[in-house]
Design a protein. Structure first.
Lengths: 312, 446
């Protein structure tokens, strides 16, 4: 099966800066792909190139195995970070217009839209003007407008900004549902914690370069280091004395009733069994788990590595 | 192409359905018709009768002024002017005409009134007094009236164009004024609708829907769709205006002023036979140059199909050219207040053409007129002023018209392509003041 989108060596230059530098990415079908990075890293430039709003200065893109061309625009849905609709136009009219621009027939668009309006419980809004709706309501309309033509590839730029927690959950479930139905989805955000739980794959973009990509599980596994969090009851001093040179104490949190939570970094050759052997005689172990770094931590550590490489 | 058509439909429908469009479309002709009706009404109302009290210090020289249907002359014999002024207030006299003793030398007299008489009434009184004063002077110098008319000279210089076929034709200035009127209409409408295109572009850019639209269509299609959509709006408005204005005027004429234009009513009022009344009315209309049967009337000497045809062509050509430039301006700014720095170079040529069209009326075949009517930025106004005098024999050469038409078509195609380059970059720029240098970079970017 082809990757839904294959990006090969794409660069984009503006008058006085490079927005993208030789970026390679593969977006697997039927997955949620997180395009992560701080503001100004080049995410929007990349998204605009995928949407063919602008062209790349170098490199090539392939959509479902074919070179990306204007006819693919109908198979892509795009929710821009800066949301926007015609303020004076009625909700239904506007949705129909945008659906037809995406190549749907009027009848097809109408029946699709009716379904979505029912699902989102907004059928009463059909004849309201956009500027009569609250911001959250406008967002819902915009989300429907983005997905109504059943795109193969959905690009959502900061999808959760502007939604209250209830609607954010609704949208999150909708995104997962679309994935179930076979849509491939790119989520772009600078707020990494908001998407890491629903992404299958991610790429980190930093200063116009891709600095890390792969499946979320593999990245976390690879970057987790041999660190464990131990929860125990007993004397902290006794616990510390029990540790040896291959088990380094990173930090400790102390709770009431003499309960502690310490993070231990083991050297490569050691396992949790070695650790337990050492501490069991001294404290009562309540729990032990591997420390999995958050995407934020991974991003920061990777950025530090890059900066060190550049310094050398 | 199909998508461009969708855009055209949306641009057209949203504008035509707007309350402001309906208001302007229906109120415009109503106001115009109301204005015209008011003028007609006031000119009819002028038939109120004036009773003029004459204080004649040269009596009896002025004692023979002939009454007209609406001016009646009375004589305050032996009355002095101060007394007459008192009388004016306490009587049904409408004016006091004071003839001073030295009227032949001063050539002036005074008319005191309670309510300002119309220009027409004043002119009638002026003519009558003037003729008596002339009579007095003729007697003084002992000249007969015939001799006087013989000496009095009203010199006219007839400028005649000599054409290749040997025909002679008068250079017709009145016709140029018809062209001037059409030119002025083009000037107003290009601005009116060009600015609508610009506002539309700014709206899409500032509320960010632009980014959604151009993932479905090319920026060029969006720009073109908007320009063409608004062009259809303008044509709709023209047609409705013409129909409505004509409709309202006809209705008003046939109801409100029915009596005024009916010879039998005039006959009963003035106690003459209807035939004479009809004749009187014809004369009256002739004086006002409304006689549509007269082949010399400017309305009849104008080649309407040609003028309207060319008006539509030059309006559309000029509109396409300028609205593309307006669209480019709109794309380069974030809101309407920022447009000013870019508006001047766009509005200058059009305004210049309008201002210079008075010079074209004076000299429709000069080199200024020629160049202004060839350059596409000014030709929509300049050429329309010129073609009004006619084309071919006696008018402007056909090759000039063809050249102007071709250059306007080339001009608007170039303007659209040029504007599209600025537009496609501009619509994605936010929060940055754009300089002319920047625009130049966008233009030259591959």
């Amino acid at each position: 099966m082809n990757d839904i989108l294959d990006i090969k060596g794409v660069s984009k230059f503006y008058a006085n800066h490079t927005a993208l530098n030789q970026v390679d990415l593969s977006i697997a079908p039927n997955k949620i792909f997180g395009l992560l990075g701080p503001n100004g890293a080049g995410k929007t430039s990349l998204i605009r190139i995928i949407n063919q709003i602008t062209g790349p200065d170098e490199g090539h893109l392939f959509f479902d195995g074919q070179p990306l061309s204007p006819e693919h625009q109908q198979s892509i849905g795009y929710l821009p970070e800066e949301r926007g609709l015609y303020k004076k136009m009625k909700v239904g009219e506007q949705a129909l217009y945008l659906a037809q621009l995406k190549g749907m027939s009027k009848a097809e668009a109408l029946s699709n839209l009716k379904e979505w309006f029912l699902k989102f419980e907004i059928t009463d809004w059909w004849n309201k003007r956009i500027d009569e709706l609250s911001k959250g309501m406008q967002q819902k309309v915009q989300f429907i407008v983005t997905i109504m033509h059943k795109p193969k590839l959905l690009i959502l730029d900061e999808p959760f900004s502007g939604f209250d927690p209830i609607n954010a959950t609704l949208i999150k479930n909708e995104i997962l549902q679309l994935k179930e139905e076979g849509t491939s989805i790119i989520l772009s955000t600078h707020n990494m914690s908001s998407v890491e739980e629903i992404c299958d794959d991610i790429a980190l973009i930093y200063k116009s370069n891709k600095i890390l990509d792969g499946s979320v599980e593999e990245i976390k596994e690879a970057r987790s280091g041999n660190e464990f969090s131990v929860k125990y009851a007993g004397d902290h001093m006794a616990f510390t004395k029990a540790l040896w040179v291959d088990a380094e104490l990173k930090n400790t949190q102390t709770f009431a009733n003499g309960i502690h939570n310490s993070t231990i970094k083991l050297s490569e050759s050691k396992t949790t069994n070695d650790l337990l052997k050492a501490i069991l005689p001294h404290v009562r172990v309540l729990g032990l788990e591997k420390v999995i770094p958050s995407m934020n931590d991974i991003f920061i550590s990777r950025v530090n590595e890059i900066n060190q490489e550049n310094d050398e | 192409m199909n998508k461009t058509w969708l855009i055209i439909q949306r641009e057209y429908a949203t504008r035509v359905k707007k309350k402001s469009f309906l208001l302007i479309t229906f109120l415009g002709p109503l106001l115009l018709a109301a204005g015209l009706s008011l003028v007609m009404y006031l000119s009819v109302k002028e038939n109120i009768n004036h009773r003029v009290l004459i204080i004649d210090e040269k009596a009896p020289a002025f004692s023979n002024l002939q009454n007209t249907p609406n001016i009646e002359f009375n004589y305050g014999t032996g009355m002095d002017i101060n007394h007459a002024k008192d009388v004016l207030f306490n009587s049904d006299y409408t004016c006091v005409l004071y003839i001073p003793r030295n009227i032949e030398r001063s050539n002036t007299s005074k008319l005191y009134y309670k309510k300002q008489p119309s220009g027409a009434v004043i002119r009638v009184i002026e003519d009558k007094v003037e003729s008596v004063v002339e009579e007095l002077k003729l007697k003084q110098y002992n000249i007969s009236r015939d001799e006087f008319y013989d000496v009095k000279t009203n010199f006219v210089l007839n400028s005649v164009k000599f054409t290749e076929s040997g025909e002679e034709e008068k250079l017709d200035k009145a016709k140029s004024y018809v062209g001037f009127f059409f030119g002025a209409m083009i000037y107003i409408f290009i601005f009116l609708y060009g600015v609508q295109v610009m506002r539309g572009v700014i709206e899409e850019k500032s509320n960010r829907i632009i980014e959604v639209i151009i993932t479905s269509v090319k920026p060029f299609q969006l720009m073109l769709g908007k320009i063409i959509g608004v062009a259809f709006v303008s044509l709709t408005q023209f047609i409705l205006w013409i129909i409505l204005t004509m409709g309202i005027l006809t209705t008003v004429q046939s109801t409100l002023f029915k009596d005024y234009y009916d010879p039998t009513t005039i006959a009963t009022q003035t106690q003459v036979t209807p035939e004479i009344a009809m004749q009187m009315q014809m004369e009256q209309i002739d004086q006002k140059k409304f006689d549509l049967l007269d082949p010399n009337n400017i309305i009849n000497r104008t080649n309407w199909p040609l003028m309207i045809g060319l008006f539509i062509f030059y309006f559309l050509g000029g509109y396409l050219l300028y609205s593309a430039l307006f669209a480019a301006v709109g794309s380069a700014v974030d809101n309407e207040t920022d447009t000013q720095q870019f508006m001047l170079p766009v509005t200058l040529p059009l305004t210049l053409a309008y201002v210079l069209s008075t010079a074209i009326v004076e000299n429709p075949e000069g080199s200024l007129a020629f160049w202004l009517s060839i350059i596409p930025l000014t030709s929509p106004i300049a050429m329309l002023v010129r073609v009004a005098i006619g084309i071919g024999e006696g008018g402007i050469p056909i090759w000039e018209l063809v050249l102007s038409v071709v250059s306007l078509i080339v001009g608007f195609i170039l303007a659209v392509l040029l504007a599209a380059k600025i537009y496609r970059t501009g619509i994605l720029m936010h929060g940055k003041k754009i300089s002319y240098l920047e625009l130049w970079k966008w233009l030259t970017h591959k």
